[in-house]
Design a binder for this molecule. Sequence first.
Ligand code: IVH
Length: 693
Amino acid sequence: MEEAQAELASLAAQLEKANVAYHREDAPDLSDAEYDALKARNLAIEQAFPELKLADSPSDRVGAAPSDAFGKIRHVQRMMSLENAFDAEGIVEFAARVGKYLGHSDRIAFTAEPKIDGLSLSLRYEDGVLMQAATRGDGEVGENVLANARTISDIPHQIANAPQVLEVRGEVYMSHADFADLNRRQAERGGKTFANPRNAAAGSLRQLDPAITASRPLRFFAYAWGEVSEPLADTQFGVVERFREMGFQVNPLTRRFEDIQALLGHYAEIEQGRATLGYDIDGVVYKVDDLAMQRRLGFRSATPRWAIAHKFPAELAWTRLLEIDIQVGRTGALSPVARLQPVTVGGVVVQNATLHNEDYIAGRDSKGETIRDGKDIRVGDWVQVYRAGDVIPKIADVDIGKRPDDSAAYVFPTHCPECGSEALRLEGDAVRRCSGGLVCPAQAVERLKHFVSRNAFDIDGLGAKQVEAFYRDGWIKNPADIFDLQATYGQGPRQVKNREGWGAKSAEKLFAGIEAKRQIPLNRLIFALGIRHVGETSAQLLARHYGTWDTFEAVMTKAIPDEGAEWQDLIAIDGVGAVMAKSLVSTFQNKAERAAIDALVAHLQVQDVHAPVQKDSPVAGKSVVFTGTLEKMSRAEAKARAEALGAKVVGSVSAKTDLVVAGPGAGSKAKQAEALGVEMIDEDAWIALIGDA
Ligand code: IVH
């Protein structure tokens, strides 16, 4: 955990430096693959440790803040980035996600077009005249490069029959031939040469002297738009066609398909022809064709839900597996890690890779089916490492031909390497777990680190490193001890201020930091407990549902799986399933765990949590149940919309329910609503109510 936190900080710094070098100085210090790998690594760690995600995480950022040399332009609509996928599976998943969100069983049409490796540019036309050209910058504010954009021959200065406001977005790039030419000329003049066509394009567009830009042969493909005063077409494909009619260059490999296999076929074709295109591309972009669907799908923090970039494959490398280490996590999971002879993969030195779990090492997947033709992985083997970009390096394959004669199959430990407790693998769990609970030092320390992490107690002066050191010395064994730290180690023979690296000031600061967190919101406390399956979002759901610690604690103590009102109430929370509920209940009903929780809470004043109410919506503050089949949108979309309007979406009908939205096939919930006299409407009435018919 501490390692993860440190790595996230280091990745943020590296990415920021790379962003500035790339976007602002046009002098990248990393290759694209290296940059992608860092970003992917960052995302993977964030996914593994969501509580460590930085508020200004590089994952939510697009590009770098604009430099001061150019005037700044605030984008009326943010310039977004794209989600990445690295294999066909990722695309199939994407299409399924889109279909599910829209509640569609029909085929959904997608466009497919090359992902141009250049830099994005936004062009604003007013009454058909080019008035503004802005780089992406950080997505919110870009640089005004109008004078330079005017020198690009692919960009029309004037458009006939254009809407009053038209913001065309696309990619500025340089062809291979022009790049080679430019670098030759630069070298002859003793000027700066560029690492690749994209940097050359960026460096050329961001020239303070437009005459220089004019001497650099830049090109532009239009593929997207921002603000428009009237719709351009009903489909993505239609808009691109309009761009072409308006005089823009659009990519000739843009196609529309209704079938995922056909999309993937087009990807294969584009990849095959990549070398002969004459310009750099780094993947294929798929977009939902229907613009009404695009609107419904909307955006996440930095990327649209309706598009994805299918990147070209990652690099592979062979190296020797030196050792298999087992790491024990907060929930006791034993995770095998491959220690490798360092090897460069896609420009990054890799020394560690995940081996997932014992089945993976043995050559089986989680369902017991053979993988890698059943080849197991052994210490001493030559293994193929890959970084699919999205994750921590993985082992793809093993070369049995190079296996040392004396090698032996890896025996996965049946006991925890940290505390010696039995490590059990329960039915249906892919992972073997240490049964030591709080007895296991690895689990205890990981839990403590989780407890003080950013989205949990976030105590000033008490990070992962400090917690580890206090734990090692026996000063803190469980969260409650943190709140006794001053009483025990604020005076007397052993004191915080006398520890190495501490002084009177930092000790005082630490005690003040701890004091400040005696008051803690209920959701943070629930999350901080580190209960398996209970993440930040679930903690928030639970807190909003129960409101106070006393209520929450009472229900968790009383609930019996699959029985009684408390259990029903718990699993009726939308987003809380039986697995999470069981995990909660068993934690609260375990003696040792319960003692630790009670000892902690005795130190705290837990603040109640109330669901936020958006006052100016017809469903604000109301408790809504969806039941039966929704035909116009998926449950996920209906729920997201309702919550955005301030409603509380719950899973079962009670006297407290304000509204039931019932589609065809609604059964017991509709009956219950009737019996209780709860207002019930159909999907059309719901859409009319929320104002989006
Ligand atoms: S669509 C809201 N289409 O890739 C989505 N982007 O990694 C807007 N890019 O910022 C982007 N070719 O600079 C789109 N055919 C294409 C693209 C493309 C290149 C760039 C663009 C974007 C980046 C995301």
